[in-house]
Design a protein. Structure first.
Length: 225
């Protein structure tokens, strides 16, 4: 269980605090970037969640990424959950590298509403892409920061240690993804999960102050699974 890979996303600390009270040693908790968190900055030299690939340029974050991957290798966890927040309207969503039943069942048990398949080029750089078959990003959109939500998320994570079956609900799943270039998005109104005719797909993580290098992500396929 890892939080705060980005130092300006402190919500995950609340979840970690509640998990600490659970007191189950099978749940390993880690703060991803303590120094950036203390300074409330996204990163110091480079985006930590783009520094996990073997070709990441040298930086403080690339060194931190190597330590995190070394810890994961040492502990061999069954599941890696990475908590993030976004200042756009994406609700409670999950990002996974592979659309498979196991990951979808876990996402359902965690009470998320949407699943978005990660862009392959991004997967090669971020944390979940290094263990794609057992890693999930939980992305909480604008306004979802309360103590009550953090407690609920922590309880659901702890419940994953039981054999409780996944609820029989349908998730909105978005796949066949790519980045949206800033140039192609110019002058176009983008709304999360709303099909955009000009781009031919469903935007995700689009909104003010979300990204600078691109406008967000686009899925070509929507289905309920």
């Amino acid at each position: 269980m890892i939080a705060c890979l980005h130092g300006d996303e402190p919500f995950g600390l609340k979840v970690l605090a509640h998990l600490r009270q659970v007191g189950d040693e099978r749940i390993i908790r880690q703060v991803g970037h303590p120094e950036a968190l203390a300074k409330r900055k996204e990163f110091l030299e480079a985006n930590l969640n783009r520094s996990f690939g073997p070709d990441a340029p040298p930086s403080k974050e690339a060194r931190i990424a190597k330590h995190i991957l070394r810890d994961i290798k040492a502990h061999q966890p069954d599941l890696i959950i990475d908590i993030h927040t976004a200042e756009c309207a994406v609700g409670k969503s999950a990002i996974i590298c592979q659309i498979n039943r196991q990951c979808l069942d876990i996402v359902k048990r965690l009470g998320m509403d949407y699943v978005f398949e990660n862009v392959p080029t991004i997967s090669r750089q971020n944390l979940v892409g290094q263990n794609p078959d057992k890693s999930i990003i939980l992305e909480f959109g604008r306004g979802l920061r309360s103590d009550q939500l953090a407690l609920g998320v922590a309880r659901k994570i702890a419940d994953l240690l039981t054999d409780e079956p996944a609820p029989k609900v349908k998730l909105k799943v978005y796949s066949k993804t790519r980045c949206i270039g800033n140039n192609e998005a110019a002058g176009i109104k983008l709304e999360n999960y709303v099909f955009n005719k000009k781009l031919g797909g469903y935007p995700y993580l689009v909104g003010k102050n979300t990204y600078t290098e691109y406008a967000g992500f686009l899925a070509q396929k929507e289905e309920r699974l």
